[in-house]
Design a protein around this ligand. Structure first.
Ligand code: KG4
Ligand code: ZN
Length: 334
C-alpha cells in the first residue's frame, strides 16, 4: 500500500511517499523560515499562501524521486490539526481534491500523533510499548505509547513548550527565528556553569514541565547585565539556558523511567534535533540499559513522512465521507 502524506500545519510544506512494506520511499520539505524571519515568528496568512504555491511542485518531486506516478497512490494522509487553521486547510483541500480525482481514500492525521509515531521511521523501528518524550515548538509531553492509538499522557508543560522557551530565550540573545539551531551553535562556545539558571519542577513529584520561570530568569539576567554585558556573555547565557531546559527534560524522563519499567524510549519533535538533549537522553538510556529510538534528524521537525507513518492505523474514509474532516487549530478534534 502506497500512502501519500501531506503536512501543512505551520511553516513547513511536507510531502512524502510511504510504502507499507518497503518503508519511506521519498519525502520533500520546503521550510518557510526565511520568509517569516523578518517578523520574528510565523505570519499565518503568508504561511497559507506559500503552502498553496509549494504543495504541487513538491508532490511532483516526491513522485519523481520514488519513481512512481499518482496512479500508484493507494491513500492520501493529511494533517488536519492542530496548527494554523488557514495553513491546515491548504493541505486538507489538496488531500480532498487528490482523493476525489484518484478515487482513493483520505485519512486525517493528528499532527502530534505524527511526531509521537515518527520514531517508527527509524531503522529498525521500535516495538510497542515505549515511552515518548515529545518536544516541539507547540508541545512538551511525556507519553506512554502502549500500542497503535493507545497513548497515555504522563506529563506535559504547564506553560510554554520547550521549543517556545528556546525560541524566546534565543530572541533575548538577538538570535533569529526559530532560535533552536542558533542557540545550540552559540552554546557550544559557552560555559553552562557561568550563570545560575533555575531548573524548574525538580522538587515537584509529578511529570509535568514548566519553562516560564526560566524564561523570566533570562529576561532579568539580560536586564541586569545590560546590552554590553549580554554581548560579552552571549555564549555563556546560551549554554546555561539550554542546559537548564535539557536538565528539566531529562530529569522528568528519568522520573518516568523510575515509575514503570520500559523497554524503550523515543525522542521526537523539533527540539529532539538538539545535540545536547540527544546526548543526555542517550546517556540516561545507556545507564539504564533501555533501548533508545532517536528520530532521524531530518524527520524531527515537521514533515509529511511522520504523517504517512501515523496514518497506518487510521481509518480510511471514502468519498464523500472525508469531506467531514475539518481543520482544527488547537487542542482536540472538534
Ligand atoms: O516540531 P517542530 O518543527 O514544529 C512544531 O510543531 O512546533 O519544532 C520546532 C521547534 C522550534 O521551537 C525550534 O527552535 C526547535 O524546534 N528546534 C530546536 C533545534 N532545532 C529545532 N531546538 C533546539 N535545538 C535544535 N537544534
Ligand atoms: Zn510539529
Amino acid at each position: 500500500m502506497l500512502i501519500l502524506g501531506i503536512e501543512t500545519s505551520c511553516d513547513e510544506t511536507g510531502l512524502a511517499l510511504l510504502d507499507s512494506e518497503a518503508g519511506l520511499l521519498a519525502h520533500a520539505l520546503h521550510s518557510q523560515v526565511d520568509m517569516h524571519v523578518a517578523y520574528g515568528g510565523v505570519v499565518p496568512e503568508l504561511a497559507s499562501r506559500d503552502h498553496i504555491r509549494r504543495v504541487l511542485p513538491l508532490l511532483d518531486a516526491v513522485l519523481a524521486d520514488a519513481g512512481r506516478t499518482l496512479a500508484d497512490v493507494d491513500a492520501i494522509a493529511v494533517t488536519t490539526g492542530p496548527g494554523l487553521a488557514g495553513a491546515l486547510l491548504v493541505g486538507a483541500s489538496i488531500g480532498h481534491a487528490l482523493g476525489y480525482a484518484l478515487g482513493k481514500p483520505v485519512l486525517d492525521v493528528h499532527h502530534l500523533e505524527g511526531h509521537l509515531l515518527s520514531p517508527l521511521l527509524a531503522e529498525p523501528a521500535p516495538a510497542f510499548p515505549f515511552v515518548a518524550l515529545l518536544v516541539s515548538g507547540g508541545h512538551t509531553q511525556l507519553l506512554a505509547v502502549r500500542d497503535w492509538g493507545r497513548y497515555e499522557l504522563l506529563g506535559e508543560t504547564l506553560d510554554d513548550a520547550a521549543g517556545e522557551a528556546i525560541d524566546k530565550g534565543a530572541r533575548q540573545l538577538g538570535l533569529g527565528f526559530p532560535g533552536g539551531p542558533a542557540l545550540q551553535r552559540l552554546a557550544e562556545e559557552g560555559d553552562s556553569g557561568t550563570f545560575d539558571f533555575p531548573v524548574a519542577m525538580t522538587r515537584d513529584p509529578g511529570l509535568d514541565f514548566s519553562f516560564s520561570g526560566l524564561k523570566t530568569a533570562m529576561v532579568y539576567l539580560c536586564r541586569e547585565l545590560g546590552e554590553p554585558g549580554v554581548e560579552r556573555n552571549r555564549a555563556d547565557l546560551a549554554a546555561g539556558y539550554q542546559a537548564a531546559i535539557v536538565d528539566q527534560l531529562v530529569s522528568k524522563l528519568s522520573r518516568a523511567l523510575d515509575r514503570e519499567e520500559w523497554p524503550a524510549v523515543a525522542l521526537g519533535g523539533g527540539v529532539a534535533a538538539n545535540g545536547p538533549l540527544r546526548q543526555a537522553v542517550s546517556e540516561l538510556c545507556a545507564e539504564r540499559g533501555i533501548r533508545l529510538k532517536l528520530v532521524p534528524l531530518p524527520l524531527c521537525t515537521d514533515n509529511a513522512a511522520m504523517i504517512a507513518a501515523a496514518s497506518a492505523h487510521t481509518q480510511p474514509f471514502e468519498w464523500p465521507d472525508y469531506l467531514g474532516f475539518d481543520a482544527f487549530a488547537t487542542g482536540e478534534r472538534q
